[in-house]
Design a protein around this ligand. Structure first.
Ligand code: ADP
Ligand code: ADP
Length: 228
């Protein structure tokens, strides 16, 4: 479960997030939508701990991430896998090597890394592209690799930050189908952050609409679409 309360982020004089409250239950698919500049990426970075909140808490699996440091913080970070916009793969590494990277950093044994990489590539239906470089893959395929890498350390939460932006409608549908399937099969909690309401229409259990750093609408997809 993710429990965000009073989450606030201030840069200098600018309040980018202003008291965000948001709870996602285990295994749920939740979405945060909003226009450019609303604070979505900042929210994502406060959740995956690339950024420290100015105030408030982000509780994942019972621990307040904002209060941790050192080894505890590194451990907590593994609870949350991130899928970035345009996948953000290292272009000099193959698909398999990109997926392996978080495990190698963790110091997992070679045999374990190979086993897990194979398993993950199979899950995202990319085993046949294991030795391809990112430049040899389509946008949708790169995003599949990005998803496999996001799952490498077996997180309980997968955060998809604009993961389908720039993909054509068919690739977008296919990535969303994959994410939904992963929730069903692995039980991961999914938090989808996007500027496109259409992306979440078919899949999200709940939607929060962010504007100027505040949640201005919150409810089921049907509620939020009707009111916006
Ligand atoms: P979104 O992802 O919804 O487009 P962002 O979180 O990127 O929104 O940005 C929200 C607001 O915060 C923007 O006005 C942006 O200029 C500002 N902002 C983001 N990062 C910083 C930063 N490091 N320093 C100052 N302002 C920032
Ligand atoms: P094992 O520990 O034998 O790998 P598990 O029951 O833990 O088996 O998981 C079953 C399969 O699902 C394994 O292949 C594992 O890699 C994968 N898996 C389970 N949970 C996750 C997760 N959160 N992210 C990625 N893969 C996962």
């Amino acid at each position: 479960m993710i429990e965000i309360s009073g989450l606030t982020k201030v840069y200098g004089q600018t309040t980018v997030l202003d008291g965000i409250d948001f709870t996602v239950a285990d295994g749920e698919i939740a979405a945060v939508v909003g226009p450019s500049g609303a604070g979505k990426s900042t929210l994502a970075r406060c959740i995956n701990l690339l950024e420290r909140p100015t105030a408030g808490s982000v509780v994942v699996g019972g621990r307040d991430l904002a209060a941790l440091s050192g080894r505890e913080l590194r451990r907590a970070r593994r609870e949350i896998g991130t899928v970035f916009q345009s996948a953000n793969l290292l272009r000099r590494l193959t698909a398999a090597q990109n997926v392996a990277l978080p495990m190698r950093h963790r110091g997992l044994e070679d045999a374990e890394v190979r086993r897990r990489v194979g398993d993950l590539l199979e899950r995202v239906d990319m085993l046949h592209r294991a030795n391809h470089f990112p430049s040899q893959l389509s946008g949708g395929q790169r995003q599949r690799i990005g998803i496999a890498r996001g799952l490498a350390l077996r997180p309980s939460v997968l955060l998809a930050d604009e993961a389908t932006s720039g993909l054509d409608p068919e690739s977008t549908r296919s990535i969303l189908g994959l994410l939904t399937g992963l929730r069903d099969e692995l039980g991961v909690t999914l938090l989808v952050i996007t500027h496109e309401m259409d992306v979440v229409r078919g899949i999200a259990d709940q939607v929060a609409q962010l504007d100027h750093g505040r949640i201005v609408e919150h409810g089921s997809v049907v509620d939020v679409v009707r009111r916006s």
